[in-house]
Write a protein that binds this ligand. Structure first.
Ligand code: SPV
Ligand code: MG
Length: 429
């Protein structure tokens, strides 16, 4: 019996998947090389369904003999393992990210006289159109909540952007660019207290009610959310926040080790701010960990020692204590103009035996690149305020133009069209 290999991610199964399996069956026994989460996340969005769920679906498609993990986009390592007689692939991979892989497949198959068979793509439903439909339907708290942990397993660096409204949530959800044949998107959403407060014209002092913003963002997005929990309040209150966020499908909360009237960290020592005692904050973290119901939810401890000029040793001592208290991540904050002190922290942290993922927020040191931070061991980069900081001056400029000219005509070039704004948010009927 001949063997036929088909590589696929099989996230949202369409008739096209079933059809290619049926075509393959006419040639021999069908082996599916199922792309792992890591393999898919390397070039596009993390699949909606984790590998194990996708495997179960594919194993139950009539005609599938075996499902094996394909660890990268390149199926050649699997081909070398099973030496199939045929590889089946739709003839739509002669351009883009898969072009080189295609050639390597042809060259590899030659070694044992195997053949590449390329049926025409099936018209009709595509996984892209299904993904759009899924976004319109939304997601569930369970699926969304677990996504941050899945991303940490699947990708070396998680890229997160701030949102402070449904509209900015939509930007975080949908904006993408194509680079080097890969689709680059934000992986998750930061619910910043600074921008959530500023957009309500309130100072960032733990005053505004955040839950209505969470609800607006949940409504329009499917990506994982990291909630800026400020100080978390007193431990007795923090446990309720953890339960609420977890129930809503938020993936993580970050709390900072300050107490009393919290001010924004980027004031540094220009305003009075008090760092919490190590034991008290570690206790708050462990209370939160005990309160959560699922394994998916993450509590990330944010260290303010560098912001408050308490020194690198203090930052490292705290990191040790917070990890021991059960924190699932450490955010090291800095307001220096370069990444220097963050990178020093990372270097020392890398020597710890017990480590959890590191989070960095390059607001003031914005010239630091993702590659640089990832190289130092940072796993999550948060762009914490750029959407609001760019929107505000644009709005002021337009308001001034209207005043200056006594009409809105000159401001038009800075505005999206009326046609675009009225159709930006589709109705859901
Ligand atoms: C926020 O975005 O609200 C943050 C990060 O907490 S910072 O503004 O740098 O404190
Ligand atoms: Mg904040």
């Amino acid at each position: 019996m001949k063997t036929v290999y088909i590589a696929m991610s099989a996230d949202l199964i369409t008739p096209s998947h079933v059809n290619i399996v049926q075509e393959a069956r006419t040639l021999g026994e069908v082996v599916i090389g199922l792309l792992t989460d890591r393999a898919v996340a390397g070039y596009k969005r993390l699949p909606y369904m984790p590998y194990e769920q996708r495997r179960v679906v594919m194993e139950n498609i009539v005609g599938v003999k075996q499902v094996m993990p394909q660890e990268t986009l390149d199926c050649v390592p699997n081909l070398l393992k099973i030496k199939p007689d045929y590889v089946l692939h739709r003839d739509d991979w002669n351009t883009g990210v898969l072009r080189e892989t295609r050639q390597r497949v042809i060259d590899t198959l030659k070694q044992w006289g195997g053949e590449l068979v390329e049926p025409k793509p099936m018209p009709g439903i595509t996984s892209t159109s299904l993904k759009r439909a899924i976004r319109e339907v939304g997601t569930t708290p369970e699926i969304r909540r677990g996504m941050l942990k899945r991303l940490l397993e699947a990708k070396p660096l998680i890229r997160v952007i701030e949102a402070h409204s449904g509209l900015t949530g939509l930007i975080a959800e949908t904006v993408s660019v194509e680079m080097d044949d890969k689709v680059r998107e934000f992986d998750g959403i930061w619910m910043s207290s600074l921008t959530d407060s500023a957009v309500k014209a309130k100072p960032d002092i733990e005053y505004v009610d955040r839950m209505s913003t969470v609800s607006d963002i949940l409504e329009i997005t499917t990506k994982p959310i990291i909630f800026d929990g400020d100080t978390g309040g007193i431990a007795e209150h923090f446990v309720f926040t953890v339960r609420t966020l977890e129930r809503l499908g938020v993936s993580a909360v970050i709390i900072e080790d300050k107490k009393g009237l919290k001010k924004n960290s980027l004031f540094g020592t220009d305003v009075e701010q008090t760092q919490d005692d190590i034991e008290a904050f570690a206790h708050k973290v462990s209370c939160g960990k005990r309160a959560q119901v699922t394994d998916d939810f993450m509590i990330i401890a944010r260290i303010e020692s560098l912001i408050l000029k308490a020194g690198m040793d203090d930052a490292l001592t705290r990191a040790r204590a917070y990890v021991a208290a059960g924190a699932n991540g450490i955010m090291i904050h800095s307001k220096e103009p370069t990444a220097h002190e963050v990178l020093t922290f990372c270097k020392e942290y890398a020597k710890f035996d017990d480590r959890v993922p590191l989070v960095a927020v390059p607001s003031t040191y914005s010239l630091a690149t993702e590659d640089e931070l990832a190289e130092a061991g940072v796993r999550i980069v948060i762009y914490a305020n750029q959407l609001l900081r760019s929107a505000y001056p644009a709005m002021v400029q337009v308001a001034q133009s209207i005043l200056r000219h006594g009409r809105a005509g000159e401001a038009e070039e800075h505005c999206m069209s009326i046609k675009d704004i009225i159709s930006l948010i589709p109705e859901r009927t």
